[in-house]
Design a protein around this ligand. Sequence first.
Ligand code: GDP
Length: 296
Amino acid sequence: MFESLQDRLGSILNNLTGRGALSDKDVSAALREVRRALIEADVALEVVRAFTDRVRERAVGADVLKSVKPGQMVVKIVHDELVEMLGAEGEVIDLNAPAPVVIMMAGLQGSGKTTTTGKIAKRLSEKQGKKVLMASLDTRRPAAQEQLKQLGEQTGVASLPIIAGQSPVDIARRAVQAGKLGGHDVVILDTAGRTHIDEPLMVEMVDIRKAANPHEVLLVVDSLTGQDAVNLAKSFDERISVTGIVLTRMDGDGRGGAALSMRAVTGKPIKLIGTGEKMDALEEFHPKRIADRILG
Ligand code: GDP
């Protein structure tokens, strides 16, 4: 277990008896701990730097109120900045487009793409009363299309019938067409993933995006992959212009650092978080909660 950032800051700053403005020296000592804690939480280095700069700017010279200790005050500034950097509260999947609204799921193999596709489909259909069609475009992993079909059976959401030999782009077109003909509100496309980003995968993604014209392109990222996740998100975004991020495995023992990195580096909203393997383990993203978790 990590020692919590709050405790660390407390032990550095709470014994300061001086009142008045926070000095550069006090703040620098605190920021060393902030930096260390964020790095342990796997926040990308460039983000750690930007973050500590912002905190320094706000904290140095700030008046310490009589009612709080300097340590509490720095913790509050750190917390507020974390919340601000994590983005707005209540980002949701945008369905504000003519039906069928197409949602394209992207991400590396094993990131939780197919599971998240099933979870989103279930949520939209059960909680928002939407008629949803799911389609797997993963023709490389033979079990992938079958996996989505089974998730459909399990959740009661329709999945596109599998036709062997079709290309991912053809399946995407067929899914959109079936969505139109079947009166579906939403079509979710689960694309193929690889263990790493490669050019053929990206070309395939670009072609699917062109063919299906999705309203949302959600990048599914494993929150436990740490720093790599940031480069991954950048590469996907450059090629297929991501509209939102889903962070999976937030039930794991990570400190939530990926959320901060993702948001800061890509500027894309985190729309949902995966919190388990079950089909209802999907939650909205609450910046305040994640800030608390990062602070520990
Ligand atoms: P894909 O290759 O990206 O489609 O990944 P899958 O959807 O097949 O997921 C890979 C594994 O991760 C499966 O065992 C899922 O049950 C698991 N998984 C997906 N999302 C989560 C999550 O939020 N938390 C946990 N603990 N496991 C998850």
